[in-house]
Design a protein around this ligand. Sequence first.
Ligand SMILES: NC(=O)c1ccc[n+]([C@@H]2O[C@H](COP(=O)([O-])OP(=O)(O)OC[C@H]3O[C@@H](n4cnc5c(N)ncnc54)[C@H](OP(=O)(O)O)[C@@H]3O)[C@@H](O)[C@H]2O)c1
Length: 264
Amino acid sequence: MDLGIKGRSAIVTGGSRGIGRETARQFLEEGARVMICGRNAESLEQTRAELAKATGGEIHAIVADMIKAEDIARLVESAKKQFGSVDILVNNAGQMYSGRFDVMTDAGLKEQLETKLFGFMRAIRLVYPMMKARRWGRIVNLIGGAGKEPDPYMFGSGITNSGLLNITKSLSTEFGEDNVLVNAICPGWVDTNLWRRNAQGLAAELGAESEEEARRRAARKNSLNRFGKPEELANAIVFLCSERASYITGVSLNLDGGRLKSLW
Ligand SMILES: NC(=O)c1ccc[n+]([C@@H]2O[C@H](COP(=O)([O-])OP(=O)(O)OC[C@H]3O[C@@H](n4cnc5c(N)ncnc54)[C@H](OP(=O)(O)O)[C@@H]3O)[C@@H](O)[C@H]2O)c1
């Protein structure tokens, strides 16, 4: 299927590994031009070079920390310089802020909110005028299931994620008449570094003896009884950013192998 985004320009924040990297790869395979960012210069450049070689596509990379407004401005400015405009924004960079209420700190929550809630909004604010001017835009926010179904262990992420779901729906309404579509993806557990960094804490939370046991117990909550793969997330992200998704906006898609059991 031709997704109809050949030549479109895309920013994927946090594209050096995990879900962002796979998303960048699939955009390149579709003929889109891509700008990725991350904080670690070495892994970012390695990914840029590998994806360029593997796909033959146009990919640029810039070191930028999405917690810093000035870095976000530099990222968008750099994309504008390379591509002339920005058609697609995938707000992906971020961490999970796990742990129950008793271990949550104000500083930790502020960092989470600055990176994901404010970081996503700041990037949207800068790309939207370009999308509006061309009457074509796609924005996808990577959020998370705890925004829909509060989980005591995901207290901090849940707060951030609920806000982001609200922002997604609200902006989809506001930007609709400009043909700028705004959607969200809510991943469950996906096999990336993020899961590995959280494995020990999750094992303690689930009373598991090992990382493997924690994985099995966490996966059992999913209808598909396994974790997701980054490429499975990218499949949906790239589709939502495509011409084929032209009538989809304001949606938050659960990509969690059936983890959430509620009706939305
Ligand atoms: N994996 C899951 O199970 C899961 C579940 C729910 C939601 N999510 C969400 O999905 C998104 C992607 O997660 P992932 O699993 O692919 O994570 P990951 O494997 O840890 O990759 C995260 C990417 O974002 C970059 N990044 C992190 N913080 C950044 C910052 N402040 N500024 C710029 N770049 C930053 C990382 O590079 P550097 O470290 O070099 O900056 C890396 O490229 C995140 O927003 C996460 O919250 C993931």
